[in-house]
Design a protein around this ligand. Sequence first.
Ligand SMILES: Nc1ncnc2c1ncn2[C@@H]1O[C@H](COP(=O)(O)OP(=O)(O)OP(=O)(O)O)[C@@H](O)[C@H]1O
Ligand SMILES: [Mg+2]
Length: 253
Amino acid sequence: MKLTPKPPSLPPPFILREPSVPPRPAVPDTSVVLRATDVWKSYDDGAITVLNGVNFEAIEGQTVALCGPSGCGKSTLLHLLGGLDEPDRGRISVNSIELNRHRSRLDLLRYQVGFVFQMHNLIPDLTLEENCLIPTVAAGISRSSALARLKHLTGRTGLSHRLNHRIQKLSGGERQRTALCRALMNHPRILLADEPTGSLDENTSATVFQLLLDIAATEGVTLVMATHDRKLAERCDRLVEMHDGRIREPHPL
Ligand SMILES: Nc1ncnc2c1ncn2[C@@H]1O[C@H](COP(=O)(O)OP(=O)(O)OP(=O)(O)O)[C@@H](O)[C@H]1O
Ligand SMILES: [Mg+2]
């Protein structure tokens, strides 16, 4: 009788162990107020691809600096997060409400999200007061409440004496502070600021930036801010980097 040889005993299975990295604490879903999931965006019928599957989250009350080289897509991402433009693919949600082409996008702009634009986008021929009242009219806020809010904000930003000045007569720092007041008029829970100090000298920039952080802290606002200024960025709770249309984050959430 022919005996079949016994197969050699196999070594115990090799167990792959994760390196000893502490597990990332779970972020409760309710505290994520802004979320971009696999967001893609291109311009000129796809000829210019800007965002290549961006994933991003901001937690309630956080201050987040968005850094990266010129042209990497910071403004594009902020516009999508604020409902000012639409992604080609992917999802954006604000306070767990997914933005769509319908009503929620408009409501979101009026009440939940304030936007400070890179070029401040104030109307030069109108006064500071007129510029700041525009979003309150769109939101249906009474004139007396709007004026009280404006008084409070211009007091905090040192602009009380400039209420009736036309924008074209204001300095660069005053215009940026006006843009900040306008963005906060409707008590937004989220403030998106696109290089809010980009056009200012070092001292004015530091002053406006500190003001932004102070107001965000006292009003409990979540702030996401694009900036080229590393020193300022490091004063935020989180710093995220954009490169090649994606986000890299040295120290996630
Ligand atoms: N409406 C548009 N049509 C075509 N291309 C656009 C449009 N808006 C932006 N881009 C291009 O998309 C890329 C990203 O622009 P974006 O303004 O988002 O960059 P950024 O990171 O904010 O730059 P910066 O730091 O200079 O403000 C750039 O190459 C820009 O030329
Ligand atoms: Mg930009």
